[in-house]
Structures are given as C-alpha cells and as structure tokens.
Design a protein around this ligand. Structure first.
Ligand code: HEM
Length: 425
C-alpha cells in the first residue's frame, strides 16, 4: 500500500464484495464500496464515527484545531460560526473576484503557448481564497503561503518516510515545514494586529472567514489555534479546486467534441461577456462537465472514518480500532452505477439518470454533517474559472491519457499536465 496506494485501491475495487478488509502493519482496515454503506457511515449513523487516528496522526499537528479535524461540541461551535461565510448570497458576492483573477490568469498566456496547468491553477485558487475568505493582500500573503503549502505537500506524501516522523525530527523536509510555518505565522501576526487596530465599526462590518474566526475567541485567540484554523481552509480549499480545474482542462483538451459543445454553450449564453454567478443557471452543460470531471477525478479520493464503538457494516462486526475507507475514487467508477465508467461523458448527467442513481454513488464533497463546507464555493469558483478561460482559449492536448495519478493528501497527477492554448477568434 505504501509503495503503490492507487494500485492497492484498484485491487480492493476488483474484489467482488462491498466490505473489503485488510491489514497494514497493526492497522485493521476496511474499504466500504457500496453507496448504502457510505450513506450509513456519513449520514444515518454519523454519530457513531469520528475522523479517526490515522488522519489525526498525519494532519493533527498542522490543522488539529481546525474545522476539518475537530469533533463534538467544539466542531459544532466552529461550524455554526463559520457557516455564514458560505451562504449562497454571501458566496455570490465573491463571483467578481473569481472571474477577475481567472481573466488575469488567461491574460498571462499567449496564443500557441504550452502551459503546465497545475501550477497556474494553484496560483489562481490561492489568490481567490486569500481575497475572498481572508480579505488580505493576496500577493504578499501568497509569498509566505506558497512555500508552506509546497513543504506540507512534500511532508505529507505517504510514500516518504517524512509522513510518519514527528515534526521535531530535523529531516530536510521537516526543517522546511518549520521554517515556512514560522514565516506564515509571523505574516498572520501582522494581519491580526492590523485587524485589531481597525475601529469597531469596520471590524463589525467584516464577514470574511478570518474575522469570523477571530470573533470566535475574542481576546483569547492564540496564534497556534488560528494558524490551524486558517491552514485548514487553505489546505482544504486550495489544491482541491486547483486539481479540479487541472483535470477539467486535461479532459477537455483530450475530448475536442465536448470542448466544442462547451464553447457553443458559452458563446450562445455569454456572447463574449465575462460570466456572473447568475449566468451559471443558464449554463447546464458547463455544470455537467464539472460534475463528470469530479466523478472521474475526485480530488478528495476517499473519506476516512473510525467507529467510536462496535458497529455492524454490511453484516460484518467491525470494532472501534478499525480504519474505514469510503473511496469516491472506486465508487464513482463502479460499473453497477455508471455505464462505461472510465469514459468522460458529461451528457450522461440527465435528470432521469440522476433520479435513478443511488444516493452516495456520487459524493465528491462527502456527505452528512461533515460534508464540505466549501462545496458551493468550489463549484461556483470552478465554473466561473472554466467559463472565463474557455471563452478566450481552446485547449489542445499535450499530456494524453492514461493520466498517471498519485494518491497524496489529494488525488494528484503524477506527471505535469500540459496543454497548448489557442486564442479563439
Ligand atoms: C473541488 C473542491 C473540493 C473538494 C473535492 C472537497 C472535498 C471535501 C470533502 C470530501 C470533505 C469531507 C471530508 C470528510 O468527511 O472527512 C470536505 C470537507 C471540508 N472542506 Fe472541502 N472540498 C473542496 C473545496 C473546498 C473549499 C473551496 C473549501 C473552503 C473554502 C473547503 C473546506 C472544507 C472544510 C473546512 C471541510 C471540513 C468541514 C467539516 O468537517 O465541518 N473545501 N471537503
């Protein structure tokens, strides 16, 4: 599993059973590959499960006090406090920033240029997050954040020893993480100090995620806690959306007929204007493209859980020490629910098809009380970015399928994804 996690998942997917057990070292684990079991764990019996030791051991020292890993009352308190930043009406006010930054990204390319897509999309989604959720000077903040997020990606790569060593062991990657985290925390100190100097009226008018977090703890906010809370949003919201966009360009470039249909829809609806959140209602094919991208390449390739007591899953007794893997990556490609499951076919998402699809045969954003708080934000961001960029450019495939994938903290391409961009007349 450590050498080839994706191969391990593929083998579990080939076993003709909905509960597939395994042992790794002293860990007893189970893959749950039936939508009914996914629903049982995430929704119906959600109270019997926690995020679990495995996640806590790897991520706890960076984001243990953030929304993603907290449990119980403290999780509920944070989730309730932060929810307003993700209401539909609030998110729609971010639309212009999303489109503006996407236009800037496209504006940096020239006709016929070869582009390595992932770094471009990472920079785009980081700038969007910084401006919309934290309302900070994005260029200055990106300068301290990018090195930290890079170092964390390396540190958390499960194929390397570093993922299993305490941060205090002075390996090169641990030293990088500590150095870049210290720089991030000192930037954070400046941002917080600036906020504290604002007059009460200005402070109260703010409703970005950073100000909601600061108001949670009033005077007592400690720096480490705030760093965990903010890093949670940066880690959860940055690469996931950047990867979604990267897979979208890869798939569109390799499926010219889908790309043509998307261009036709954009031209008919927008007629060259930049998209607004309201326009997205008139772009159903774009919606299907995104849905299908997230089916084939779910950046969160699995949800982990651990039961808090003995439970019964699919007729098997499972003890509280068990590590449960609910793999979107397998369920989304299961031929029981999807015809020709490996094919990129946005047109499959008809109303009839969706009505017949079992609940939780599709869950790129998880489900139940712990579902992704950023789902609406991410879908809107991805669609506005695709619409803005695809109006200006046609993408020609550089990297061709099959795409080599790597299971890191997210599902990432193992090779650079390249395209050639052509200006549209
Ligand atoms: C395509 C992009 C995204 C995907 C695929 C994705 C996926 C997920 C999934 C599967 C979960 C549930 C994990 C679990 O149950 O263990 C989750 C939770 C979460 N996501 Fe996202 N996410 C995306 C974008 C975002 C964005 C843009 C943000 C923030 C702006 C965000 C913030 C979070 C947070 C804070 C949680 C924890 C919620 C809680 O436990 O209450 N995500 N995400």
């Amino acid at each position: 599993m450590l050498r080839d996690p994706l191969g391990f998942y593929d083998r579990a997917g080939r076993v003709d059973a909905d509960v597939v057990g395994y042992h790794v070292a002293r860990t007893r684990g189970y893959f749950l590959t039936h939508p009914d079991l996914v629903e049982q764990v995430l929704v119906t019996d959600a109270a019997d499960y926690e995020k679990g030791q495995l996640l806590y051991d790897t991520l706890g020292q960076f984001i243990g006090e953030g929304l993603f890993l907290l449990e119980g009352e403290e999780w509920q308190r944070q989730r309730t406090a932060l929810q307003p930043a993700f209401y539909r009406e609030r998110i729609e006010t971010y639309g212009e920033t999303m489109t503006d930054f996407a236009r800037d990204t496209a504006g940096g390319w020239t006709d016929g240029q070869r582009v390595a897509v992932l770094p471009e999309m990472q920079s785009l989604t980081l700038r969007i997050l910084g401006k919309t959720l934290l309302d900070v000077d994005v260029d200055a903040t990106a300068a301290t954040l990018e090195p930290l997020l890079d170092a964390l990606r390396d540190r958390l790569d499960p194929r390397t020893l570093s993922a299993y060593l305490p941060l205090s062991v002075p390996t090169p990657v641990n030293r990088r993480v500590r150095r870049t985290r210290a720089a991030f925390e000192s930037t954070l100190d400046d941002v917080v100090a600036r906020r504290q100097r604002e007059d009460a009226a200005t402070r109260e008018a703010r409703d970005d995620v950073l100000s909601l977090l600061l108001s949670l703890d009033d005077e007592t906010m400690d720096r480490e806690r705030l760093s965990h809370q903010l890093l949670t949003f940066l880690v959860a919201g940055h690469d996931t959306t950047a990867l979604t966009l990267t897979y979208a360009w890869f798939l569109l470039a390799n499926h010219p007929e889908v790309q043509r249909q998307l261009h036709a829809e954009l031209d008919a609806t927008l007629d060259g204007a930049d998209p607004t959140p309201a326009d997205l209602f008139e772009l159903p094919y774009l919606d299907d493209v995104l849905t299908e991208v997230l089916r084939l390449y779910p950046p969160a390739f699995t949800v982990f859980r651990q039961p808090t007591q003995q439970v019964t899953l699919g007729g098997y007794d499972v003890g509280p020490e068990a590590q449960l893997t609910l793999p979107q990556y397998l369920v989304h490609r299961d031929a029981r629910w999807y015809d020709d499951p490996d094919a990129f076919r946005p047109a499959r998402w008809t109303d009839d098809f969706e009505a017949d699809l079992p609940d939780y045969a599709y869950y790129p954003f998880g489900g139940g009380p712990r579902h992704c708080i950023g789902m609406r934000f991410a879908r809107m961001e991805a669609k506005l970015a695709i619409a803005t960029i695809a109006q200006r450019y046609r993408f020609e495939a550089g990297t061709e399928p099959p795409l080599d994938l790597a299971m890191r903290i997210t599902l990432a391409p193992a090779e650079p994804v390249r395209v050639r961009v052509h200006e549209r007349g």
